[in-house]
Design a protein around this ligand. Sequence first.
Ligand code: GLN
Length: 209
Amino acid sequence: TPRIGVLALQGDVREHLAALSRCGADAVPVRRPGELVDLDAIVLPGGESTTIDKLSVIFEVREPLIARLRAGMPAYGSCAGMIMLADRVLDGRPDQRSFGGLDVTVRRNAFGRQVDSFEDDLQLDGITGPAAPFHAIFIRAPWVEAAGPGVRVLGTAAGHPVAVETDTLLATSFHPEVGGDDRVHAYFVAKVRATLLAGLRAPAEDADR
Ligand code: GLN
């Protein structure tokens, strides 16, 4: 059972914990540096990215979290969490910082004031089938403005990428934790399991050579 933390500084932490538990993960809230140590993966929830940034400094998790992300720990960010995972942020506050790790440029509050919040039925590669799109809820959501070569786009809304992944990272502009459809969380838990298995296999393969 993978142990997956949810960064619990601000935002919709409980909803992510519940969705991860339903998908068979050992889901734990993370607030302190020591709580990062035994995690297999982490979820960065939706909320307010500038607040999460500031609280991460106060709670002294910013640097150890960045270190774990750099070392390849799997992570999933939804909405504000996508912003926190992005290497580059447009339309942020002047002093806004992300944790980084995901080679994308995101535009904060990209869908604009006229459509603060909206819902859309999305096709997500590897997650949905044509007969059952994902009913996605967007709340002052970012979009992916540009993505590096190692980033795969899983889904778009209004012509912009809103779900992207690498081998270990996943990010969505929308909030799958509030809709009651656990397919995105199940996809992430499977990704974490695959990463753990790959890590276990690697030493054995080395021994064979
Ligand atoms: N607009 C928020 C931000 O910039 C994100 C909104 C959300 O997470 N629902 O952090």
